[in-house]
Design a protein around this ligand. Structure first.
Ligand code: BEZ
Length: 188
């Protein structure tokens, strides 16, 4: 699959017939909300875990030297906490462009963290068949890669540090994110 997913997302998942849609953010969408929303709530999804296994050609790296950013990997029993945003379907014009580097939109159940209930929501996933996928590496290799990468959105390290800070503010522990943060702080 090409790493530019804008037209693929439009074709695969038309949303214009819906009044509003819940979007689940597990990475930069937790701390960078450059779009309007109707409501927001902390939420989690089950069966998925965050991993810095996706290349970033357009935000935290360049086509010549891609950075490393998050995707979600299926993991039975795992829980991934983040922020949900209720948005109008036109918001995906902006989001699909922002998240065009290999990410496909899929619907998944979202569970609210601080109240009972759930809703179907959209999450952006980068699967191993996309051209920007990098896959696993050790924590120290991932941190070294991140420490030496930067792109139009800024240093790759900022992506990790802001995410770790946002998760702590939500009282959420993510061992993978915090392990990469620890290794990264040794290098900065
Ligand atoms: C997110 O923050 O949910 C997100 C992460 C990677 C790509 C798209 C969205």
């Amino acid at each position: 699959m090409s790493h530019n997913t804008i037209s693929l997302n439009k074709q695969r998942q038309p949303l214009a017939h819906l009044e509003s849609v819940w979007l689940f953010g597990y990475g930069s969408l937790i701390y960078k909300t450059d779009f309007a929303y109707l409501d927001t709530k902390p939420a989690c999804i089950y069966g998925w875990q965050r991993r810095f296994w996706q290349g970033s050609h357009d935000h935290r790296g360049t086509p010549q030297a891609p950075g490393r950013v998050l995707t979600l990997i299926e993991a039975p029993g795992a829980r991934c906490a983040g922020m949900a945003y209720q948005v109008t379907p036109d918001t995906f014009e902006h989001l699909d462009h922002r998240e065009k580097n290999g990410y496909l939109r899929v619907f998944t159940p979202l569970h609210w963290l601080h109240e009972a209930g759930e809703a179907e929501g959209i999450v952006y996933l980068a699967t191993p068949d996309n051209a920007a996928y990098l896959g696993p590496a050790s924590d120290s290799e991932i941190a070294a890669h991140i420490a030496s990468s930067a792109g139009p959105s800024g240093p790759n390290s900022e992506y990790v540090l802001k995410l770790a800070q946002a998760l702590r503010a939500m009282n959420e522990h993510d061992e993978h994110v915090f392990a990469i943060e620890r290794e990264l702080l040794k290098l900065l």
